[in-house]
Ligand binder design. Sequence first.
Ligand code: HGY
Ligand code: MN
Ligand code: MN
Length: 406
Amino acid sequence: MRPAIDGARLIARLKELGETGRDTEGRLCRLAGSDADKAGRDLLCRWMHAAGLRVEIDRIGNIHGLWQPGGAEGDPVMIGSHIDTVIDAGIYDGCLGVLAGLAVIEAMQAAGIRPSHPLALVAFTNEEGVRYAPDMMGSLVAAGGMEVAEALATIGTDASTLGAELARIGYAGEREPGFLTPRAFLELHVEQGPVLEAGALQVGVVDTLQGISWQRVTIGGTANHAGTTPMALRRDAGVAAARVVTFLDRLARGTAGAVATVGTLRLAPDAINVIPASAVFTVDLRNPDDACLRDLEAALETCLDELRAEGLAVTTEPLARFAPVRFDPGIVATIEEAATERRLTWHRMTSGAGHDAQMMARVAPSAMIFVPSRDGISHNPAEFTDDSALVIGADLLLDVAGRLCR
Ligand code: HGY
Ligand code: MN
Ligand code: MN
């Protein structure tokens, strides 16, 4: 019997998980290591246990659900993503990939499939990096790109420590990160961009993922009286920050494939009649070409040097830097074959967003499948993908996993 995804159950779980970890204002905020994250993790573990998976947590809190039916030997085919979210998130980012992976295993079980290799489902810790930088942290540690001790010692935006928070919520596991070496890694994800919808395409076959550079910039000026200080005598950290923000916007708009975002900005002392003494903000630069990404970073540094020359104290702190990634051509071809066999409309594309697959590509042949995002919106409660598109993506994931498990 050909296995098929239980679409109704997948959608129901996405909605149930989507209601888990909302704050007092009703916003979805399952930040890594938080009580809200624990609630989502507990729900996922319940579903994994109910599916008969062996649940193992590693030291950075990555949750693994292992299915090794009789006759399945060797390294597992791994399907993964994340269930932590940004602030005021949508319900599909990451969660689709984890819950579709669970649905794939359950579909194989229901159809009596006997895979030659085990399957491992993984929900990685702190993919979003909102509370603790860098992002994709759990998969980065699992792929050997960051020492687990360093990751656990990471100080959050709220002065908490990731390791203490994971212990507090009961997800400081025992297994060493990377205790599983997947024979292949697959991730299904909503596109979070406008390309598939604009092209009326059902599926994206993701063969590359752009480079990412994150840093925190601190600008020191001089607090002074808003009323008595002549403009020529000011060292206004707020104006300096605004100059950097507009510089980056112009730079990115004039550079092929570039995007630049200042997503956080804090002024101190944050008073209506005090010239800001300091501005602390983050810079997110991305580009599919690493040399171009380096040019963007260099241009930012030149802009900051101009502020230094004007007497402002400017320091930077690197938070993340990941080069562009090319996924495994063999798995990309397998996804294309399976999509063609299902007569889906698809095309190859680059991921604008970071994903756990980009870290797992360091240790295993990896690739991704995208399904369309309505109006290209994500990291926003308006994030939406049609139920039918979600199931199409999960069924394709099932086909590809089946081919890789044979
Ligand atoms: O930042 C990203 O691209 C991902 O959502 N963590
Ligand atoms: Mn994601
Ligand atoms: Mn995200």
